[in-house]
Design a binder for this molecule. Structure first.
Ligand code: HEC
Ligand code: HEC
Ligand code: HEC
Length: 436
């Protein structure tokens, strides 16, 4: 038997086993004991709602960016309803205000801990990992209790949860039992004694509450993060979140701590600007975080082992003849529409517009983010450190798919830039779908 066939057979057997495990797990869930019934609001453990716990809880809830997902655009804070688009369908984050009927008013501190640590609802049902409990499981019990105290002190809002709109078979929640067996290992963060306290704090925040990997790591076909220690960038909310461990993408190993803290606190730095979902993370979460915590994050990020450029995947570049014909058109479009802000030679006009020459956000193999910012425009987040961010206008209304492909292919190959050209179809793929 050839090695290839043996491999395929082994894979087939594994898949068969996997299916069996899924079915067995589903059966367990369907026929197993119900963990608990709804009842009256449980008494709060003494000391849970102290002012001190609430204040700490507020900082932690900010860091966890709970409000961003659990608040609909223009809706009441934490009352749920925000759509989270994924390849499996659209999730709607639930109401986590203290309303007894529609929120988590009847949840005890233990219930809340089980949600974060074990990814289980109050009735024991498994939760979808769109709620990033695969990261939150690293959070300590004391921090979970402080967040509980803070959320319990928020206004109760009566707003029924909107059901998720998931594709078959993902809407069948019991399948999650199998998924969890395969991909989820609950466990609080364990400090590495060989590292400093600051490094450990940073690791705790990045891997746990800050759930950076929830966006920044590649996922497999079943939506599981591929490897905790080999982050290689992933598509999220229609954007590409570059790899935090790769210097060629979002790695900050050779940045100073000050530059990293500036990016996280203000959304801009001398080295990069944030856009799309990252701009929202800064706006909603990181700008409110104590700079000492951001510095700990910086110390940890600087220590990540560089994984090099993640393997090229996705789209093929258009054929060389087409590319040659695109170039003069791309250059003309650049002079007409972009040069006044980004400079004749892509050198940028600080602080109004970033340089495009040598800018890794432009040069990554994935062209999703440059395409999306040209289509939809955008701002760095408005923060205390950068209160009036400069904007990039949207070109979706004025330029066609081929024109955007031409101008971006030009930008990716001029002034010493050397990234693969892109075709109109790749731009078209990004026109649809919610902004994020
Ligand atoms: C990326 C978006 C996202 C973020 C960030 C997020 N959540 Fe959620 N959360 C969800 C979704 C989606 C669900 C629903 C999961 C399901 O139906 O299985 C959920 C479920 C929950 C639940 C269970 C509620 C219920 O009724 O079963 C709790 C509690 C919760 N989240 C608390 C939090 C807290 C606390 C934070 C911040 C530390 C947070 N979430 C951050 C998306 C998010
Ligand atoms: C909701 C998804 C999401 C989360 C959560 C998230 N990021 Fe990002 N991040 C992105 C996306 C998308 C980009 C690419 C767009 C950009 O460059 O701003 C990005 C870019 C970055 C960059 C590179 C900026 C540049 O242009 O060089 C850094 C550094 C970064 N993120 C750090 C973090 C850290 C640290 C955390 C956790 C505290 C985090 N991110 C959490 C989505 C996310
Ligand atoms: C009015 C000034 C202006 C014009 C015109 C303009 N841009 Fe921008 N551009 C900006 C600003 C400001 C940003 C930073 C936006 C942010 O951080 O969200 C930006 C960001 C970008 C980025 C992302 C760079 C990064 O570091 O994240 C790309 C790529 C880009 N522009 C390409 C273009 C192209 C191509 C054109 C012409 C079709 C163009 N821009 C026209 C102001 C402009």
């Amino acid at each position: 038997m050839s090695a290839a066939i043996m491999k395929r057979r082994a894979l087939g057997a594994l898949l068969g086993l996997g299916t069996l495990a899924l079915l067995a797990a589903a059966g367990l869930w369907l026929f197993g004991p119900v963990d608990r019934q709804d009842g009256d609001a449980p008494p709060l453990p003494a000391g849970t709602l102290t002012t001190d716990a609430r204040a700490r809880g507020e900082q932690l809830v900010r860091l966890g960016d709970c409000r961003a997902c659990h608040t609909a655009r223009g809706g009441a804070a934490y009352a749920g309803g925000r759509a989270v688009p994924t390849p499996f369908g659209t999730f709607y984050a639930p109401n986590i205000t203290p309303d007894a009927e529609t929120g988590i008013g009847q949840w005890s501190a233990d219930d809340f801990w089980r949600a974060l640590h074990e990814g289980k609802g109050r009735d024991g049902r498994p939760l979808y990992p769109t709620f990033p409990y695969t990261n939150f499981t690293r959070v300590s019990r004391a921090d979970a209790d402080a967040m509980y105290a803070y959320l319990r002190a928020q206004p109760a809002v009566r707003q029924a949860n909107r059901p998720h709109e998931l594709k078959f078979p993902y809407r069948f929640r019991p399948l999650l039992r199998g998924w969890r067996l395969l991909f989820f290992r609950p466990g609080v963060y364990q400090p590495d004694p060989a590292q400093s306290a600051e490094w450990n704090r940073g690791a705790y925040l990045v891997q746990g509450l800050g759930h950076c990997s929830a966006c920044h790591e590649a996922r497999n076909a079943l939506g599981a993060i591929r490897a905790q220690d080999n982050p290689s960038g992933g598509l999220v909310l229609n954007w590409y979140a570059p790899a935090l461990a790769s210097r060629a993408e979002a790695g900050v190993q050779d940045w100073s701590e000050d530059e990293i803290v500036a990016l996280l606190k203000t959304g801009v730095s001398a080295r990069a600007t944030t856009m799309g979902p990252m701009a929202e993370v800064v706006y909603e979460s990181l700008q409110h975080v104590d700079p000492a915590e951001l510095r700990a994050i910086a110390v940890y990020l600087k220590s990540l082992h560089d994984i090099g450029a993640p393997p090229a995947s996705g789209r093929q570049a258009p054929p060389p003849k087409v590319v040659a014909a695109m170039k003069p058109r791309g250059e003309r479009l650049y002079r007409e529409h972009c040069a006044q802000c980004h400079g004749d030679d892509g050198e940028g006009r600080a602080p109004a517009a970033p340089a495009l020459a040598g800018n890794r956000a432009v040069l990554m193999n994935s062209a999703v983010d440059p395409i999306r910012i040209v289509l939809f425009g955008g701002y760095a987040p408005g923060t205390a450190g950068n209160p009036r961010p400069y904007g990039m206008p949207p070109f979706a209304p004025t330029l066609g798919d081929e024109q955007i492909a031409e101008v971006l292919s030009y930008v990716r190959s001029a002034w010493g830039n050397d990234a693969r050209p892109i075709g109109g179809a790749e731009v078209r793929d990004n026109r649809g779908g919610p902004l994020w």
